[in-house]
Design a binder for this molecule. Structure first.
Ligand SMILES: [Cu+2]
Length: 221
């Protein structure tokens, strides 16, 4: 084969490899469906237990990213899942173990709870309607259901904070509980509204834009 023939063959092979790599990248991106967590049923509705942490597990692809987790109530088994399967037209009792610090809200209006049963949530057992906007760590909001609950952050001077998930309850945390009612079957988006993505422009990139961290879905079935 002539020198120019070899060059053309090399270019064709290199181009083919690049095309296959792009195809694989797009294909894997489109077919990668994150896992989902189902709520546990009781006679008065279903229970959903969540954790919010300053940083994901050290083995996570993004170990420095802030994140929500699904947490088992009993054995504290932490699962990195942010798609929650809930029954339609049912009361959902949510418990969030919130281990992250205070980031603060840009829009103080969101520091008020909305769309939850009774209008208030429990913050460490105390009925609460709103928190200091500067003390917010995360928000749990389902915009299409009108649900929005502010999650207070662990104070800066906390003695025993949790670095990475999973976080035992012996670490400093706030416990937030509230109840909302699901409506019709469907797929609903939920997300955080605190600019909590440290290291990203305006705090709204990375984990704030990625399902599995500060976003997810509610599958109402
Ligand atoms: Cu957040």
């Amino acid at each position: 084969m002539s020198a120019s023939g070899k060059r053309v063959a090399g270019i064709v092979i290199a181009a083919a490899i690049v095309c296959v790599a792009i195809g694989l990248y797009v294909g894997l991106y489109l077919t990668n469906v994150p896992g989902s967590a189902a709520a546990t049923s009781t006679s008065s509705g279903v229970n959903l237990y969540l954790g919010a942490v300053a940083a994901s597990e050290t083995t996570d692809p993004h170990p420095s990213w802030v994140s929500y987790y699904a947490v088992d109530a009993k054995d504290q088994n932490w699962r990195h899942e942010t798609t929650f399967v809930l029954p339609a037209n049912t009361l959902v009792h949510v418990t969030v173990y919130q281990f992250d610090g205070q980031s603060g809200l840009r829009n103080p209006f969101i520091s008020q709870a909305q769309g939850i049963v009774g209008g208030s949530f429990m913050l460490n057992g105390k009925p609460t309607k709103a928190i200091d906007p500067d003390a917010a760590s995360h928000i749990f909001a389902i915009p299409e259901m009108g649900v929005s609950v502010p999650l207070e952050g662990v104070p800066d001077d906390a003695k025993n904070p949790c670095d990475n998930a999973p976080c035992p309850l012996s670490n400093d945390h706030e416990t937030i509980t509230f109840t909302f009612r699901t409506g019709a079957k469907g797929l609903y988006r939920w997300q955080c509204f605190v600019p909590c993505a440290a290291g990203f422009i305006q705090g709204f990139g990375g984990p704030m834009q990625t399902v599995g961290y500060m976003d997810g879905f509610i599958k109402v079935v």
